[in-house]
Each structure stands twice: as C-alpha cells, then as structure tokens.
Design a protein around this ligand. Sequence first.
Ligand code: HEM
Length: 299
Amino acid sequence: MKKIVILSLVFGLAMVGAFAADSQIWGEMRIPNILSYGQEQSLKLGALFTMLQNHYFGKIFLAILVLVPLVFFVHYKVIGPKVFSHEGKKVYAFDMFNRVVHQIAAISFIVIVPTGFVIVFGDFFGGGTFVRLCKNLHGIFTIPFAIVVIPMFVMWVKDMFLHWDDIKWLMIVGGYLSKVKNPVPAGKFNAGQKTWYWLATLGGVLMIVTGAMMYFLDFKIEMLNNITGLSQIDLLRVSAILHNVVGFAVVALFFVHIYMSIFAIKGAIHSILTGYKEEEEVKILHSSWYRKLKEQGKV
Ligand code: HEM
C-alpha cells in the first residue's frame, strides 16, 4: 500500500512538472491562437454560458457563502457540538503520511477557496491588481493540491466504499440532529466523510483540469479537441461551466468539513495534527470500527 501511495505521489509531481512545461508551450502559442480562436462553436454553448455566468453562478456562490454557515450557526445554537472526553485513551487513526498529505491539501484549500470567491465577485472587488493577485494565488496553490490529490485518493480509498452502515447513518443523519450520544453506525469513515472524500478527490481532479484549461486560456491541444470533438471555444466554456458547478459542491462540502472538524465535534481537528482520536469519539461516532478494533485487541 505504502508503495502505491509513494508511486502516486511521484506521479502527481510528474503531472505538475508536465503542466509547467506545457504552460510554456501554451504561452508561446498564445498570440497565434487568439487570432485563430475561430468562432466555430461545436456545441453552440455561447448563449447558455453567458446566461449562467450573468445570472446564476455568482448568486449560487453567494447563497452557499451565506446559507451554509447560517445553517451551521443554527445547528450549533440549537443542538450544539458533540463533546467527547479528551482525558481518556486514544486511538491511532492517521499515520504521518496521511497527516502530511492532508495538511498540504488543507493549506491549499485555505487559499484556493477564498481566492476563488474573489474571482467570482471580481466586479465587487473592483477588478485590478487585487483580483489579479487572487487569480494567481488561486492557480499557484492548486499546484500543492494537484501533488497530493492522488496520494490522498489512494491512501484512503479502501475505507471509502459504500457499506450498510452508510445507509443507516444517512437515515439518522449521523446522529447530528440529536444531543444524545448514542453509538452511530459507521466504520473508520461515515457516509458524510465518504461523500466528502469522493468529491474532494475525483471532484478535485476535475477542478484542477478544468481550472488549468481556463488558466492557460489559449491552450491548444489538438488531441483534446479531437477526443472531445469540441472546438476550442466550447471546450473552454464546458470547462468554465463544470468548474463552477463542481465548485458549488466542493465549496459547500468544504464548509461542512470545516464545521465538523472544528466546531461540531469538539477537538476533532487534533486527529489530523497528532494522528490520534479520542476513544470515546470513536466508540460513539464510529461504533462499527470501534467494535472491530476491540475484536483485534487494539482498544
Ligand atoms: C482547514 C482545512 C481542513 C481541516 C481543519 C480538516 C480537518 C479534518 C479532520 C479533523 C479530519 C478527520 C476527521 C475524522 O476522521 O474525524 C479530516 C479528514 C479528512 N479530510 Fe480534512 N480538513 C481540512 C481540509 C481538507 C481538504 C482541503 C481536503 C481535501 C481536499 C480534506 C479531505 C479530507 C478527507 C478526504 C478526510 C477523510 C474523510 C473525512 O474525515 O471527511 N480536508 N479533515
């Protein structure tokens, strides 16, 4: 397993290297490409894209920015956080490699998400240097995420497939609508965490690819045009639409992830810093995993 993870890390680095080299090529083709942009529109997405861009994308991002934290605020006030003893025994959950990979992804997102909002609301921020700086930071901080996204996928994938527990977990919304600390059916990761995992990794790759296409605006990859059958301009429009739509889900669940790890489960954040989870937290929130650990004599 370790070997696969390390190989995937090397693959990630190679991909980023290839990207950097390609950006040079794209840069050199910039001028002729703009001239030959060719307005043939394979999908005739122009009107749809303009309509979404002018009337929906900004509003949906604004709704996510306001409503998701509002729901959490109400949840925190009405139900309150889950508090587990930090004095008892601990369970080792995340090794050093898991932690470093995750921390790099976390740092990347802390920059990528706010700068993404500045780009969406570029008009509000008056355009200019600040927005351009954010656009560059948005691109630069994608690089560390691109390096770790495949290792993150590989290192956790075996724990992320659907299980009966997930259905039961969904039916009780993970126990988050109750103040009572009853054991919740879940393995090492619950249904909510699995959803975030799939979105952050597969959705993350899609965000990287579509983002790169827009960042290097004038790219010209005949092969991509041939494979997709799309003209240059429509490939860009598809990228922009996907980047926004997948972005809605990634940003919303990223907010959920932050709320869960920092506010809703008090002290949960320690696990990703030290590797250890509180035994009581595992016993209640990951009861199936706890049972397994008990059978193995690990708790
Ligand atoms: C400031 C940012 C972040 C914080 C504070 C944070 C915190 C945490 C914590 C505490 C856990 C362990 C949860 C548990 O098992 O109880 C975790 C797990 C995880 N994190 Fe993060 N994280 C952050 C950013 C990210 C980013 C940017 C990604 C991916 C793009 C990510 C992906 C994951 C995944 C896939 C897991 C395992 C499944 C899960 O617990 O949801 N995290 N994170």
